[in-house]
Design a protein around this ligand. Structure first.
Ligand SMILES: Nc1ncnc2c1ncn2[C@@H]1O[C@H](COP(=O)(O)OP(=O)(O)OP(=O)(O)O)[C@@H](O)[C@H]1O
Ligand SMILES: [Mg+2]
Length: 379
């Protein structure tokens, strides 16, 4: 059995979803019927194990515990991938057609998240994850392959993301630096994932955007993972959903923390924080927990000044970005971090700004690489 407690306890603070406030504020009014299966599962009253509704998970494979144990080599330490607030993640191997466990190195690789069996906390998130990910399919969302619910064991089986989390790439010592163009590409992937969720038929608020929830495939393309805290957006005349405050310190929007009012603009704020981490190479809060001043407080005065902002750029990126490009991203970060959610851009606009930036960078690079035709008038 893998060691679920190998991370020092302080890491649970830094990486896990923190319940910032225990007060439960209930949803304003019952939602309409368009996404009834989602509601049946996410609804607070359906959280007792006896009321589990997995009908929406029919597109997923239901695994036995033994199969997953075999696939992950008894959850031994060599298959351990990481740990979050709800449990450990292991690497496993399954047959691509039958999904039966296979020998390591054969079949397809999967990531198996094993929820801490002793805690009832996490069950609601486990259900929300299944419900959302069985409906949502997009190139920038991690694919959920299946689940297991067996005598107190709750597991989730995902596509394996070979390059791990953005958090590891940006902040772990000894990991190769990711280039400026890759960082912009990662930001585009995250923005595309969020724009998809926000534009979905009943609008979905992701609520847990942070560097550790952005996973990278073999080409460093970004996918969002962990939908346990996701929530349906407001419907009808409602401007927000009122909810218990959950999320991760440093990434959660200030108005959401103070009022419990949740909108898609809360995700836009968290996106601004991740974008700030991408350009500075610094973590919003370190593993010790909340410092007196977060990265956002520290960076804000620099971001609003075109010259001074260059001083907070990740020094490992030297020479890879144009002054204009860096300033455009800094301005986008500031807009996303606006104290008034109404003044934050929506994710579609964020996405097109980043795509334009990426296209102009590529164009410039291509022009620079072309032979100077002026020197060869005959050509
Ligand atoms: N599909 C996956 N493929 C590869 N590695 C993964 C996958 N899912 C998770 N991991 C690894 O496991 C680590 C822990 O993930 P997990 O989602 O449990 O925790 P977290 O994101 O750090 O915190 P939280 O519990 O708040 O989400 C990740 O940081 C990543 O390194
Ligand atoms: Mg996670």
């Amino acid at each position: 059995m893998g060691n679920c407690c190998r991370k020092p306890s302080k890491c649970a603070n830094a990486s896990s979803s923190l319940f910032l406030d225990g007060t439960s504020k209930h949803i304003k009014k019952p939602k309409n019927s368009t996404s009834s299966s989602l509601k049946a599962v996410v609804n607070e009253s359906s959280l007792l194990p006896s009321k589990i509704d997995l009908t929406s998970a029919s597109t997923l494979k239901s695994f036995t515990f033994n199969d997953l144990k075999t696939a992950a080599k008894n959850f031994r330490s060599e298959t351990y991938l990481g740990e979050g607030g709800f449990g450990c993640v292991f690497k496993g191997w399954i047959d691509k057609n039958t999904f039966a466990p296979t020998k390591p190195g054969t079949g397809i690789v999967v990531a198996i998240k094993k929820l801490k069996p002793e805690s009832f906390q996490g069950h609601k998130e486990w259900l929300a994850e299944i419900t959302y990910l069985s409906h949502l399919h997009h190139e920038n969302l991690v694919r959920l392959i299946g689940y297991c619910l067996e005598s107190g064991n709750r597991l989730l089986v995902y596509e394996y993301m070979p390059r791990g989390s953005l958090e590891n790439h940006l902040f772990k010592r000894g990991v190769q630096t990711i280039s400026w163009s890759t960082r912009i590409n990662i930001a585009i992937g995250v923005a595309r994932g969020l724009a998809f969720l926000h534009g979905y038929e009943m609008q979905i608020i992701y609520r847990d955007l942070k560097a550790s929830n952005v996973l990278l495939d073999s080409d460093l393309n970004a996918k969002l993972s962990d939908f346990g805290l996701a929530r349906d957006g407001p419907t009808g005349d409602d401007t927000h959903v009122s909810t218990r405050v959950v999320g991760t310190q440093g990434y959660a929007a200030p108005e959401y923390i103070s009022t419990g009012h949740l909108t898609v603009k809360s995700d836009v704020y968290s996106f601004g924080v991740v974008l700030l981490e991408l350009i500075t190479g610094q973590q919003v809060v370190d593993e010790e927990g909340a410092p007196e001043k977060t990265l956002v407080d520290w960076a804000r005065p620099f971001l609003s000044n075109k010259r001074r902002m260059l001083r907070i750029m990740d020094t490992r990126l030297e020479g890879q970005y144009s002054r204009k490009g860096a300033q455009a991203v800094a301005s986008l970060v500031l807009q996303c971090l606006n104290a008034d959610p109404k003044n934050r851009p929506n994710m579609r606009d964020v996405l097109s700004t980043l795509e334009e930036l990426s296209a102009s960078t590529k164009e410039k690079r291509d022009t620079q690489q072309q032979p100077k035709q002026g020197h060869h008038p005959s050509l």
